[in-house]
Design a binder for this molecule. Structure first.
Ligand SMILES: Cc1cc2nc3c(=O)[nH]c(=O)nc-3n(C[C@H](O)[C@H](O)[C@H](O)COP(=O)(O)O)c2cc1C
Length: 454
């Protein structure tokens, strides 16, 4: 109705203008012929509607201007839920590409509310404002780091990045299982390669450093609140090219080109879609690989902060013996952390009843939660809590994040739940996690780490 009223208003004005110009502007001139079109007046109804519309706009604007920033920010995050159904109509990879572009352009809400202090923690000498991170695979080419960190993640991991650009597997290669809140993917490391990613991170590096300087100048305490290049922690996940014969050489290239931008580095040896990759998790193979990558990193020139910590991301499809081997290597080589876990090649109940389950690839999301949390717990016990573990797999709520923490995770990552739930999920998970900690009498995340393994 408002639109009709404004169309009428516009039409009326246009008529008036036409009439005045056609007759030389002498509206009262008696020489206007009788055949001239009649100039309609505003109807009473039109005037009323236009007035009401303008009134509503002004009142709405006035109300919004009285609302504090935190409330407004909450509205923006909630409003993103309206967009989710639209994404669900699109092909999974198209929806993903759109989401990354939106984040890259800053068309996503920015979290302005500070994280609850109970969520803050220090790992590897870096201050995380909260332990909830975005897992690798979402921003494979580091296109949207600022936008994604701005959503309120405590950290964002880009990659996996391969040394040479590669297309990955044929499309379609990402499949949704919405009823199970799961995804099967066989992307196969589609990557623009280390040079393109280094350029992008290099350009952002200066900007993030500037942001940090300007925000720290207004802060009175000395704690370093962000990562190497500014607020928020950035992880870089390294992969290997499909046709490469020398995996270690691939990871070493990644270290040489990208480690200067990373707050932490990840050797990904657990994607199920690159033939032979998971074999690198064997005791001897892993030991040789980690030694070479550590040496490459340590040979480089590092300032006061030292080199970025090195983590290994493992699969959830490992036997007890495999886990013992990995734990032994991690302890012997003083690995800085383990990410547990990548996607699974298993099809646990009820996914196995879904016809999409027959698609080859790695399964992520809700059905992965139990499997990955179980592996996490075993690894926490095997490493005796000496190595920070990142719990990843099937987290979609604060309660589940809390379960990961109690099972031994110092930090938590998610991907699939974010793909389904969008930005509104992040503040929700953080608030629920803080509630869980308080409910059980913990003063901080670190106090709760491994509580179920003691
Ligand atoms: C479409 C897609 C692509 C992924 N790509 C990568 C990747 O390139 N490197 C990696 O280490 N993990 C990748 N992952 C795995 C996630 O990082 C994460 O380990 C896994 O999805 C389990 O977490 P979730 O259940 O919260 O999704 C990918 C996952 C999905 C769904």
């Amino acid at each position: 109705m408002a639109a009709r009223a404004s169309r009428r208003l516009f039409g009326d004005l246009l008529h008036k203008r036409l009439a005045s110009s056609r007759y030389g502007g002498h509206r009262h001139c008696s020489s206007i012929p009788d055949s001239a079109p009649k100039i309609p007046h505003f109807s009473k109804r039109g005037r009323l509607l236009t007035g009401a519309t303008l009134g509503l706009v002004i009142a709405g604007g006035a109300y919004v201007s009285t609302v504090d920033e935190a409330t407004f920010c909450g509205w923006l995050f909630s409003a993103t839920k309206l967009v989710n159904p639209f994404f669900a109509f699109l092909d999974a990879e198209v929806a993903h590409t759109l989401a990354v572009s939106a984040a890259a352009r800053g068309w996503v809400p920015k979290e302005k509310r500070p994280d609850a202090s109970i969520l803050g923690l220090e790992v590897w000498g870096r201050r995380f404002s909260n332990p909830i991170g975005l897992a690798a695979g979402f921003d494979k080419n580091a296109e949207a780091v600022e936008g994604l960190l701005g959503l309120g993640f405590g950290f964002v991991e880009v990659g996996s990045v391969t040394p040479v650009p590669q297309e990955g597997n044929l499309k379609p290669r990402i499949f949704r299982l919405p009823q199970e809140m799961a995804i099967i993917n066989r992307c196969g490391f589609n990557s623009e390669g280390i040079v393109a990613v280094a350029k992008r991170l290099g350009a952002q590096h200066g900007k993030r450093k500037l942001d940090e300087t300007s925000s720290s100048s207004s802060s009175s305490d000395d704690t370093k609140h962000g990562g190497k290049a500014g607020p928020g922690i950035l992880g870089v996940n390294l992969g290997k090219n499909k046709t490469s014969e020398d995996a270690a050489a691939d990871y070493v290239q990644g270290v040489h080109t990208l480690s200067q931008y990373a707050d932490y580095l990840v050797i990904n040896v657990s994607s199920p879609n690159t033939p032979g990759l998971r074999m690198l998790q064997g005791r001897k193979q892993l030991k040789d690989l980690v030694k070479k990558v550590q040496a490459a990193r340590d040979e480089m020139q590092w300032g006061e902060e030292g080199p970025p910590p090195l983590l290994v991301k493992i699969a959830p499809d490992l036997s007890k013996e495999d886990l013992e081997d990995i734990a032994a290597v991690a302890l012997a080589l003083r690995l800085d952390g383990l990410i547990i876990s990548n996607t699974t090649v298993q099809r646990p109940d009820p996914v196995n009843k879904n016809p999409v389950a027959a698609e080859p690839g790695g399964l992520s999301g809700k059905p992965l939660f139990g499997l990955s949390t179980n592996i996490l717990k075993q690894m926490y016990i095997l490493t005796r809590g000496r190595i920070p573990l990142v719990g990843c797999g099937g987290v979609s709520s604060g309660e589940e994040a809390y379960k990961k923490v109690r099972a031994g995770a110092t930090l938590i990552q998610l991907y699939t739940a974010f793909a389904y739930g969008g930005p509104a999920l992040i503040p929700q998970i953080k608030a629920e996690l803080a509630e869980c900690l308080e409910r059980d009498g913990f003063k901080s995340i670190l106090e709760a780490v491994g509580a179920d393994c003691r």
